[in-house]
Design a protein around this ligand. Structure first.
Ligand code: SF4
Ligand code: SF4
Length: 251
């Protein structure tokens, strides 16, 4: 099959407002086999809502492009276009142009010379970090800039590479945890395993790295640690999670 003859798979993310599009939606579309993703939204300044969500979409799209580059993908596979509901002709033109561009790029991964399995792993690893990325970049994501050129420069490649190489993980020090259960009650994703008289353990698969547990752990215990850019120690065994003071009380 030549590049000119293959029919690229394009995902159109269609919601009431582009402001509702999440970074995770874009990555998931590529994980599910899309060769390209196009987001069509109302023109800047013509939002139907007070939220002006299309500015957020533009901002988010630039960050998403950097994340795609991190996986080795060509960021031209993601496009945001302003197309209002009455612009049928423009919609057709844009879609034809995008399909042509994707034909030039070739199938996802193959066009970039990437191993499919490796690409899927990178996409999944990046998607799992989306909540963390949104927390870390919340100030920038909330910016509303004056021109599209300013948005082009908002996120640099180095900045995003650093963000992804210096990911912070949280870990409960079993020597310090006193099983007060405060952190588990405050975790927004119920990602902390524990209970009365049981040393608490963070489920790293569920954790979105918000840092709430570290803030919540009382100073006198100081049991939650932040670990940057490294794997956290393996969780202690179920038997070792019984708090020692309980054993003393029982004895
Ligand atoms: S960092 Fe946030 S998500 Fe992770 S365990 Fe702590 S409170 Fe839960
Ligand atoms: S708040 Fe601190 S001491 Fe209390 S259960 Fe959590 S990690 Fe342990």
């Amino acid at each position: 099959m030549t590049r000119q003859s293959y029919a690229p798979e394009v995902r159109i993310i269609r919601l009431m407002c582009t402001g509702r599009i999440d970074l995770a939606f874009v990555l998931r579309a590529f994980q599910k086999g899309a060769d390209g993703v196009i987001i069509g939204g109302c023109w800047l300044g013509e939002c139907h809502y007070v939220t002006e969500g299309n500015y957020y979409a533009l901002n988010m799209m630039h960050l998403a492009k950097r994340l795609l580059e991190h996986t080795g993908m060509d960021s031209k596979r993601l496009r945001l276009e302003w197309i209002s509901a009455s612009e049928g002709v423009r919609f057709a033109e844009v879609m034809n142009d995008f399909a042509g561009q994707l034909r030039e790029l070739g199938p996802l991964g193959e066009g970039e010379g990437l191993d499919q399995e490796e690409l899927q792993t990178k996409l999944e690893d990046t998607r799992k970090l989306i909540p963390y990325i949104k927390i870390q970049k919340k100030d920038k994501l909330a910016l509303r800039l004056d021109s599209e050129e300013e948005y082009d420069e908002l996120y640099t490649k180095d900045e995003v590479e650093r963000l992804l190489s210096e990911v912070v993980s949280y870990w409960v020090d079993p020597e310090k945890c006193q099983a007060c259960m405060i952190c588990a009650r405050k975790c927004p994703v119920e990602g902390i395993l524990g209970g009365k008289s049981r040393i608490h353990v963070i489920d790293q698969e569920l954790c979105i790295r918000c840092g709430t547990c570290m803030d919540a752990c009382p100073d006198k215990f100081d049991a939650v640690c932040a670990i940057t850019g490294q794997a956290v120690p393996a969780p202690i065994s179920e038997e070792d999670r019984i708090l020692e003071r309980k054993a003393k009380e029982a004895g």
